[in-house]
Design a protein around this ligand. Structure first.
Ligand SMILES: Nc1ncnc2c1ncn2[C@@H]1O[C@H](COP(=O)(O)OP(=O)(O)OP(=O)(O)O)[C@@H](O)[C@H]1O
Length: 328
């Protein structure tokens, strides 16, 4: 199945609550066929941005559009955008199945689609149980099923990994990958880069309502490198130089080499006749990078520090779902 994903454009988006600027001149783009992580510490402004994208909050200035249109101007929005903002936005006394049916009916979505989504999201066995008794992970799955009712081109999920166990996170990763693989645009928020690092292709990082970084996860990780340890650093450094590989000596026989081609390094060392005691790729510490970009700020804890620095380039936000229903 091929889906024409929607392009999200956020331009100079700003939201003030009184004197407080929750979202500050935010610009970024979210591309179809990709999973984009919208990241920032608690209180950074992610949910507010997503709510503006979904037409739930009116921007003070700027815009957030879906294929060039405001959410509120979309014809049959359920077919364009599916969102899940809060995993508790359902009637606790209603079964999971009825929750979905209540959302589906007014949108003209057949009950067969509800049953299909209950299967797809792995909660079919609990479909006739009251949603109030669902675990957090099951609520997340129910929210995801609700977001997918209209087979949308854009999926906006606020903290979808919250409450999922490692197996659930692995499942979510595969599920979102499948949806993006069909061409859909997938935008997920998280306050933990680590939680979504292996899920997302692109990141938009905000802090104090402002963009601090936008780009691919690969860009964030930076250039590949590896560490090699030997008892004869001088000889190995010379051999690496001859092989035209940039290398920097460290302590205790360590050399950091600007490539992740371990075989090449091993071959160079063998030819130079030096012993290799360690050889491994060096992973960038993304979590540390995330903290330095966001300065560990958490406005919800009252520790807001206006970040003066690290402005970067642009990318995108989002989300909502959850409606009211009636009893079974
Ligand atoms: N209606 C409102 N009135 C006043 N302040 C608000 C309102 N909504 C949000 N805020 C404030 O705006 C800031 C951004 O909140 P927002 O919920 O968008 O952040 P977030 O990045 O989604 O955080 P979290 O990860 O905790 O959900 C917070 O300091 C919050 O207290």
């Amino acid at each position: 199945m091929t889906v024409s994903g929607a392009r999200v454009e956020v331009r100079n988006l700003t939201k003030k609550f009184g004197d407080f600027t929750a979202v500050d001149d935010l610009s970024f783009t979210v591309e179809p066929g990709r999973i984009t992580g919208f990241l920032g510490p608690n209180g950074a402004g992610k949910t507010t941005s997503l709510r503006m994208l979904l037409g739930l909050v009116h921007p003070t200035s700027g815009s957030a559009t879906i294929d060039g249109q405001d959410y509120l101007d979309l014809d049959q929005p359920i077919t364009h955008v599916g969102s899940a903002l809060e995993a508790t936005n359902f009637h606790p006394g209603r079964t999971g199945r009825n929750h979905l049916r209540v959302l589906a009916a007014p949108a003209g979505v057949p009950d067969s689609r509800v049953d299909e989504l209950l299967e797809l999201t792995g909660i079919a066995a609990a479909a006739r149980k009251r949603a109030g008794g669902y675990s957090m992970g099951m609520r997340q799955r129910l929210g995801l099923a609700a977001a997918l009712l209209g087979d949308p081109r854009l999926l906006v999920l606020d903290e979808p990994a919250n409450g999922l166990d490692p197996e659930g996170i692995r499942w979510l990763r595969g599920f979102l990958r499948h949806l993006a693989g069909e061409g859909r645009t997938v935008l997920i928020s998280s306050h933990l880069l680590q939680e979504v690092e292996q899920t997302v292709d692109e990141v938009v990082i905000i802090s104090n309502g402002r963009l601090v970084r936008e780009g691919s996860v690969g860009d964030l990780r930076g250039a590949a490198s590896c560490l090699v340890r030997t008892t004869d650093t001088d000889t190995l450094l010379g051999a690496l130089r001859v092989a035209d590989v940039t290398a920097t000596p460290g302590q205790d026989g360590e050399i950091v080499v600007d490539t992740d081609d371990l075989r090449l390094i091993g071959d160079v060392a063998l030819r130079a006749g030096v012993p290799v005691h360690e050889l491994r790729p060096l992973a960038a510490d993304l979590e540390q990078l995330f903290f330095s970009l966001t300065e560990g700020t958490n406005r919800n804890l009252g520790s807001a520090v206006e970040s003066g620095g690290t402005r970067a380039e642009p990318m995108t936000p989002v989300a909502t779902a959850g409606q009211e229903g009636k009893d079974d």
